[in-house]
Structures are given as C-alpha cells and as structure tokens.
Design a protein around this ligand. Structure first.
Ligand code: 13P
Length: 335
C-alpha cells in the first residue's frame, strides 16, 4: 500500500468522515453574522477549537480541513495542527483561493490558486497538513455548465492534484455541481456525470495516482427551485448510479459535501447511500454546514459554554458516522 493510499484510508475508514472547517474568512463572517456573532480571528478560532476538542472527534472524524488562517493559529504553545492530531484526526488544508469569473463564460467560475502552489504546499506540509482540498464549482442552467467550464476546472483540479501528490499529501478533488436552480434530478445526474468523467480523464492524463485521491462530490438532487420531490431512496439510487459508472475503481473512497442540505437530509441521504452501496468504494461525509450548523447556532448564544456546544457537535458527528455505516435511524436524532 502506498503512503498516500494509507493516509486516504485512515481519513475515511470505519465510518469516519471529514469535518470541513475551511470556510474562507468571507464565508465564515457570513455564517457568524447570520447567527449574530462577531467575526474576528479570535472568535473564528474559539468556535473551531471548541469543535476540534470535542470528545466524539476520536471515534468519528478522520480528517479536518482547515483554512489558511486557522492552520497558522495556536492555542497557548499548541498549534492547531497539533490539536487536531491529538483528537485523532489528520489535519488538512484548503489550498484553492476561490472561484473567480471565467473570462470566456462570464456567468461561470474557474477556481484559482495554481500560481505559487508548489511553494505553499511545502509550507502547509511543514505546518502539519497531510491532505488538501480544491473545489471546482459548476452551476446548472439551460446552457451551463458549459464545455469550457467543465474542461478548465477539470484541468485545474488535475494540476492541483499532481502538485499535491508530489508534496506527499492526499488531494481531495471537489467538483461541486451546485443545488441552486430549477433543474430536475435527471439533469443533475447527467451534468454531474459529465463533470466527474472529465475530472478523471484529466487526472489520468496528468498521471495522478488514483489510489491516493479522495473524491468529494455532490449528491444527485433536484435543484432547490425545482418542483420535483424525491425521497432518499431515489437520491441514493441516482447518486450511486452516477458514481459507480463514472469513478474509477482505484479510488479509495468518496466523501460527500452537504451543499445546502439540512443536517438531517444530509445524514438520511448518506445513510441510504450506504444501505444501497454495492460497490467497494467507502462512502462517507466531508460536511461543513451539515456538521456545524446547530453547533454554531448554540455557540453564538453561549460562547463560553464549551461543553454545551460540544454536546451539539458530538451528536451531529455521531449521527453522520452512523450514516457512513448505514446504521442511522431517525429516532436517534432525539437528544
Ligand atoms: P458543505 O458541506 O457546507 O457543502 O461544505 C463542504 C465544503 O467543503 C464546501 O467546499
């Protein structure tokens, strides 16, 4: 087993998932202000450290994705990477610098961050990171995602992945087809399939070791403005159809983003995916909002009640891990 393969498996095995705590300062400020909390480097650290030192980290969280600001912060003499490692999780880092307007298709985005990436990766490795994340973002409409958005983002994702592996870290490949829009689940299935296929074509062309990669896709869902209503069985069936057809079997695992689903929806859908999964892929979570939303709400009103916030987070982590094993039940949500 290669070193990269063993890091990837350590992050996503035994029902463990990933805590995506890598919101940029802009996004984190929006999240904090939405619950009437101040956004400062200190408040962002205080909330995140409360999560990282929660007791269920050990049994549930295999990796934590950090933002540049956080990986450079410390509490007393301990760096955040040390705190994350002590919790039993592997520290990771978001290395893209965000999605910018694509000049040739102005309503679409291209993710930037390749310039100087090799040097930044060396620094992050020294700071303790052993895996990384890069998110490509695609919108669905009548004419989108365009061929150019699909191919330029796939090319960038593969260039990123190759540089990350050169630096002895595991790249998370996140091509996120957004939920926003009027499209139905069939369109989401077709477009997500096209996006994922192109990403793997590029990864293979650029000689990325697929055994040392984690895929972070969206689930197959109808758009948020669609009239279509589908249950978790159909979501699981379509999601598995998409991934089993389009993802090479060498990939050790898949860790879904929550993408605007509620905490319970994201948990229920992941559980159903695992109940129906007939492939060898591990199917787990790499949730941001679906792991943190309730904890953030609680914390915003009780910022010194570490125990209370951790209780809320511990519950979400446990529910998500049960879902990653196909053992979640709605009754367990009552705390
Ligand atoms: P959500 O689970 O909130 O979609 O966040 C995951 C993530 O890392 C987005 O890049």
């Amino acid at each position: 087993m290669s070193e990269l393969n063993s890091i990837a498996l350590k992050i996503i095995s035994s029902g463990k998932g990933i805590l995506a705590a890598d919101e940029s300062n802009g996004t984190m400020t929006k999240r904090l202000e939405a619950v009437n909390a101040k956004s400062t480097p200190e408040s962002r650290l205080k909330f995140r450290n409360t999560l990282f030192t929660s007791s269920n980290m050990k049994s549930c969280i295999g990796g934590v994705i950090l933002f540049d600001e956080t990986i450079k912060q410390s509490i007393g003499s301990k760096s955040i990477s040390e705190i994350v490692s002590e919790s039993g999780a592997i520290p990771g880092i978001k290395v893209d610098i965000g999605a910018k307007t694509l000049s040739s298709s102005k309503e679409e985005k291209i993710t930037e961050g390749l310039d100087g990436l090799r040097e930044r990766l060396k620094e992050y490795y020294k700071l303790g990171a052993r895996f990384t994340k890069w998110r490509g973002v695609y919108t669905i409409s009548k004419s989108y995602p365009s061929k150019v958005a699909i191919s330029t983002n796939a090319h960038a994702l593969a260039r990123y992945a190759s540089l990350v592996q050169e630096s002895s870290m595991v790249p998370i490949i996140e091509p996120e087809v957004l939920m926003d829009g009027h499209h139905n689940s069939k369109t989401c299935l077709d477009k997500t399939s096209e996006v994922i296929r192109k990403c793997f074509d590029e990864l293979i062309d650029q000689k990325v070791d697929l055994k040392g990669v984690i895929l972070k896709p969206n689930m197959i869902l109808p758009g948020t403005n669609s009239e279509e209503k589908i249950n978790s069985e159909t979501i699981a069936k379509l999601t598995l159809e998409c991934l089993i057809k389009n993802v090479p079997s060498e990939i050790p695992g898949i860790a879904f983003l929550s993408g605007g689903q509620s905490e319970i929806e994201a948990t229920e859908n992941l559980n159903m995916i695992n109940l129906k999964n007939s492939s060898n892929f591990k199917m787990t979570y790499s949730y941001g909002r679906a792991l943190q939303q309730s904890a953030l709400k609680y914390w915003s009103k009780n910022q010194d009640d570490t125990e209370g916030t951790q209780k809320v987070f511990n519950h979400r982590a446990r529910m998500s891990t049960l879902a990653a094993k196909g053992e979640w039940k709605k009754e367990l949500e009552k705390i």
